[in-house]
Design a protein around this ligand. Structure first.
Ligand SMILES: [Zn+2]
Length: 266
């Protein structure tokens, strides 16, 4: 019984964190700062009381998004779960901060295919703290070695994705030239978004060396596997085209999922 009562703490913390993830995901892609939230349909600003109690818009009656409710439920569920079974690498408080951060960047990436520079900057600070914490405890390395491993991981993640990004840009330019030669309008397709480079740097700081290597391999495998499944489904439904093959693979969510698995997994 006693355990059931203390579970009120992660339920409340999870609910409040969910509200913060929703709020950041609503305003940051629009205004790049913590502004007054507004109805996505009629742009009427919500009162804070209405916004935080998930009320419908008073002007046009638009109810709040399904995402808002999903995030609230997932935040409470994950906080309760990691309260009972904390990440061995992070412990409870740092684990909760990382959950909130992953929540914000995942929602924004899925909804806008965007990794924002301000969130990457905040992530870099959080990543350095997390990475230093993890690596200074491994073999009781101490703070200095812990911080070096975090920085090395960040540098490696950034450098690898930067090179892949340059390669992707080269392929995209070649493809645009061929499409123009064939009389088609060139599109702006990019195999790898520039934000993914910064994301890999942030995750590298967080996981440190050598764990960032595992996260990148896992992320690329996961992204590739899901793309193959997608192409298979399109083939089966006879809606496959060469366009579908070239569809942009958003690696961001796969890298986040891999880092999540490494930090919170068994
Ligand atoms: Zn409205």
């Amino acid at each position: 019984m006693e355990m059931n009562i203390t579970l009120i703490i992660p339920v409340l913390l999870g609910w409040v964190s969910g509200l913060f993830v929703n709020y950041a995901s609503d305003v940051l892609p629009q205004t790049r700062r913590f502004s007054q939230p507004a109805c996505p349909d009629c742009q009427t600003p919500y009162s804070w009381a209405d916004y935080l109690t998930l009320r419908a818009c008073r002007n046009c009656g638009r109810i709040r998004s399904l995402r808002m409710w999903l995030v609230q439920i997932m935040a409470v569920a994950s906080f309760v779960y990691f309260w009972l079974f904390p990440s061995k690498a992070l412990g409870i408080p740092l684990g909760m901060l990382v959950l909130i951060y992953f929540g914000i960047i995942t929602v924004i990436d899925l909804e806008h295919r965007l990794i924002l520079h301000p969130t990457s900057l905040v992530g870099a600070v959080l990543g350095l703290i997390v990475g230093t914490y993890i690596h200074s405890r491994i073999d009781q390395n101490g703070l200095l070695i812990g911080m070096s491993k975090s920085l090395l991981g960040g540098l490696f993640g950034f450098a690898v994705m930067f090179l892949l990004y340059q390669f992707g840009a080269l392929v995209a330019r070649y493809r645009a030239r061929r499409m123009q030669a064939a009389g088609q309008a060139a599109d702006e397709e990019e195999a790898l978004g520039g934000g993914d480079v910064y994301l890999a740097g942030v995750l590298g700081l967080m996981l440190g060396w050598p764990f960032i290597w595992d996260a990148l391999v896992l992320g690329v495998l996961l992204g590739g596997l899901i793309s193959v499944l997608l192409i298979f489904v399109l083939l089966v439904r006879r809606r496959y085209s060469s366009e579908a093959l070239m569809t942009f693979i958003p690696y961001g969510p796969y890298f986040i999922a891999s880092a999540f698995f490494l930090l919170f997994g068994p």
